[in-house]
Design a protein around this ligand. Structure first.
Ligand SMILES: [Zn+2]
Length: 141
């Protein structure tokens, strides 16, 4: 049992950069969603990245607002489960309003941004593209 929920500990969400030595912010709605995913697949998602501190954001040179910096986003991998399966299930969950499919890393981004800011994308060779019907067909999503 983690210190946040059944499967998660605050350490799972810490910033991975060398500058801040483990700063973190966690939106509990996000933890609830990750628990729903864990229950569905009967397996705990591994959090590849959770919170991004300011120094790390600066380094990434993100122009767009990052929900990672608000503790509302996580990039996850479930060992033995394809990112497509994780993506398709995450898409059915209420509260998941940012969803990214990263086929090259077998990884999915989930975030709890407000519904009016809803966005679904795919990352290909470092580029973020809207997940349109053609892309859904290509990836079987
Ligand atoms: Zn940091």
């Amino acid at each position: 049992m983690g210190n946040l929920s059944e499967n998660f500990n605050h350490k799972d969400f810490i910033c991975r950069c060398p500058e801040c030595r483990g700063a973190y912010r966690i939106h509990l709605g996000l933890v609830g969603i990750l628990e729903e995913i864990a229950i569905h697949f009967k397996k705990r998602p591994r959090i590849i990245s959770g919170f991004y501190c300011e120094a790390y954001l600066e380094k990434l040179k993100r122009e767009k607002k990052s929900y990672h910096a608000m503790g509302k986003a996580a990039n996850i991998v479930i060992d033995g489960v394809t990112a497509a399966e994780v993506f398709k299930f995450a898409e059915t969950l209420e509260g998941v309003n940012g969803l990214g499919y990263y086929p090259e890393e077998n990884m999915v981004h989930v975030d709890t941004r407000p519904p009016e800011k809803k966005e679904i994308w795919v990352r290909e060779k470092g580029k973020y593209l809207p997940l349109n019907q053609e892309k859904r067909h290509q990836y079987g999503l």
